[in-house]
Ligand binder design. Structure first.
Ligand code: C5P
Ligand code: ZN
Length: 449
């Protein structure tokens, strides 16, 4: 079965349900998961069905079982699910999985479950398709009118860093389509700065994290003074020459700190705009992720349904979160990362902070060409988040495979992408976990799949 046939089957399955059906959508709590849920909800609502969305922070088997038991007629899992295909198929309920993480099981049909995992159709889920892209393909299969949801598919891919180096594969097709049909517009190349005074925007800039500047207002003040740019100026107000000076200085700061070269190419670039959202997709994607990871999954999702009314609220929420995260990143900047032979790592209190920060550290800190790990202790478990640069994956590193194998070794669950993965472990001896990971990577670990 090819992807198109598979999507057609999913669409037929949904449309064959009685119109009184209630469809449960279970999705991941990051930007990609939230955009996935939104796209599905809109497509389902437009067909006249009722829906209910649940966002999961750390999907675990018990949670999926509990949700599957609740009263709904069908279940769609987006941006997650492939790791639980056995559990889901045992429930015997009509279910659809739309996932782009590395699958454990290669069956597209398993009992009453249809597994649409990009990797099973020769599409690299690390780079070429996000969870949102797959949900969008299904939405379009259900009704061509759903093409207006294309900007949200692109925003999900941006959230999962799939736009670095330009869109490719399925994402590229969606981008071209959205542009052709005028659902998106492209801006002139610019920095990723919001609409406030530059001094505040750089102070609050977490992605990019400007070493020595982010979270250090006084230093930014001095810099703007040196560059002869007014402190209260907004980025949209300053002239070409001032912009050039600012761009050169910031790029130099990043390069000096050994920024990921792939990320460096995206610091000054064209931005995607859509009439459906107040700012470009890079900025909104970050707001949604920050809001959700600051524990307000509900606001992050509701914002997509009602962007005009909720913009100020999500902005405030994400700013407060970024202030807290920048503070922690500054600590790492001042203290340095912990380092073993094969990895760099840091510890932090909350798993969701570790998830957010590990991506930033991997992109903007000098990681000595090693993957980054964050460890958070939560009562009797340790949550691991890890991120690598694309170059390391090209050399054979597979973090998703590594996380699955440490979950087998220490108990718990783990998985993800080759480039970004996570695990929740029963073991709480951090030294032991670090030793194990260091050792396995040192042996030239190449994960399965
Ligand atoms: O938790 P974190 O954001 O670091 O997870 C990174 C990636 O790994 C996510 O895409 C997540 O879905 C995946 N993951 C997983 N199994 C886990 C934890 C994370 O597949 N137990
Ligand atoms: Zn995703």
């Amino acid at each position: 079965m090819d992807l198109r046939d598979c999507l057609r089957r999913c669409s037929e399955k949904i449309k064959s349900l009685p119109k009184t059906s209630r469809i449960r959508i279970i999705s991941h709590y990051d930007t990609d998961g939230i955009c996935s849920a939104y796209i599905l909800a809109k497509a389902i609502e437009r067909e006249g069905f009722d829906f209910h969305i649940t966002l999961l922070e750390h999907p675990v088997k018990e949670e999926i079982e509990r949700l599957g038991d609740e009263d709904s007629d069908a279940m769609i899992l987006s941006d997650l699910g492939s790791s639980f295909i056995d559990t889901i198929s045992k429930m015997g309920r009509d279910s659809i999985i739309l996932d782009h993480h590395q699958p454990e099981d290669r069956d597209v049909i398993k009992g009453s479950v249809i597994q649409v995992n990009s990797n099973l159709f020769g599409i690299d889920g690390d780079i070429d398709a996000s969870g949102s892209s797959l949900c969008y393909l299904l939405a379009k299969e259900m009704n061509k009118e759903n093409i207006d949801l294309s900007p949200f598919a692109l925003m999900g891919a941006i959230g999962d860093k799939q736009s670095l180096g330009g869109f490719s594969g399925v994402n590229r097709e969606i981008f071209d389509e959205a542009r052709r049909e005028e659902f998106i517009k492209i801006s002139r190349p610019s920095l990723k700065l919001g609409d406030g005074p530059i001094i505040q925007e750089i102070n609050l800039s977490v992605d990019p994290f400007y070493p020595g500047l982010s979270g250090r207002e006084e230093e930014i003040g001095k810099l703007l003074d040196r560059l002869s740019i007014r402190e209260d100026a907004r980025y949209s107000e300053i002239g070409g020459e001032e912009k050039k000076r600012l761009h050169s200085f910031l790029m130099l700061t990043l390069l000096r700190n050994n920024i990921d070269p792939l990320v460096a190419n995206n610091i000054i670039k064209e931005r995607i705009l859509t009439e459906k959202l107040p700012l470009n997709l890079d900025v909104i994607s970050e707001m949604i992720d920050a809001c959700s990871k600051s524990n307000d999954h509900g606001l992050a999702l509701s914002f997509l349904f009602n962007p005009e009314d909720l913009y100020e609220r999500i902005k405030r929420r994400s700013e407060a979160y970024k202030i807290r995260i920048i503070e922690k990143l500054r600590e790492i900047e001042d203290r340095g990362l912990k380092e073993t032979r094969n990895i760099v790592y840091f510890t932090c209190d909350k798993a969701s902070d570790g998830s957010y920060m590990s991506g930033i550290v991997s992109s903007y800190f000098d990681c000595k060409n090693k993957p980054v790990f964050s460890f958070s202790k939560d009562r009797n478990k340790i949550h691991v988040s890890c991120r690598a640069r694309r170059k390391m994956v090209e050399r054979g590193l597979n973090l998703g495979g590594l996380m699955r194998s440490i979950a087998q070794r220490f108990g718990g669950s783990g998985g993800g992408h080759k480039i970004a993965a996570g695990a929740t472990l029963e073991e709480t001896d951090l030294d032991e976990i670090v030793r194990y990971i260091d050792d396995i990577i040192g042996k030239g670990y190449e994960g399965k799949v």
